[in-house]
Design a binder for this molecule. Structure first.
Ligand SMILES: [Zn+2]
Length: 148
């Protein structure tokens, strides 16, 4: 049986790695979670001044080599690198989901928030386009390869 991977764009914060992996593997048909981290990932991805190319390079490997088609984007309580209010962080998560979705048409992209009690809440979700819905093979990171 083929192992199933998802991809998670998470903060570097060590408190929020295992709770996120546990929640994903319990709630989705996923065996392993490829983790890509940046300090304050949701805030970075929501900022138009952030160049996401190094994140996208790692995401492309997870999608193409591990056949991941579900991407999670995390924001969390008490983030040292994105120290804005919870409601603003949740807006960052939604923006980040929309942004990453532009690069990965075939993937489902899900934004999640982790509370001070390490409880995970789904903030937003954008579905993937399935092969039978579309003629195009959009499994590649088309914009990433175009932008170099
Ligand atoms: Zn953080």
């Amino acid at each position: 049986m083929e192992l199933k991977f998802a991809t998670c764009l998470n903060c570097i914060d060590g408190r929020f790695q295992i709770p996120v992996i546990t929640w994903i593997t319990q709630n989705y048909d996923v065996d392993y979670v490829d983790m890509i981290t940046e300090a304050g990932m949701n805030g970075l991805l929501a900022s138009k001044y952030f160049d996401p190319s190094h994140v996208l390079r790692r995401l492309a490997i997870s999608i193409s080599k591990n056949n991941s088609n579900t991407i999670f984007i995390v924001g969390h309580f008490d983030c040292a690198a994105n120290s804005v209010k919870e409601e603003v962080q949740k807006k960052h998560i939604k923006k980040a989901v929309e942004r990453i979705k532009n690069y990965t048409l075939s993937c489902q992209v899900i934004g999640i928030w982790v509370s001070e009690y390490l409880e995970v809440e789904k903030i937003s979700e954008v579905g993937g386009i399935r092969k039978d819905d579309s003629q195009e093979d959009d499994s590649q990171m088309y914009e990433y390869s175009a932008s170099g």
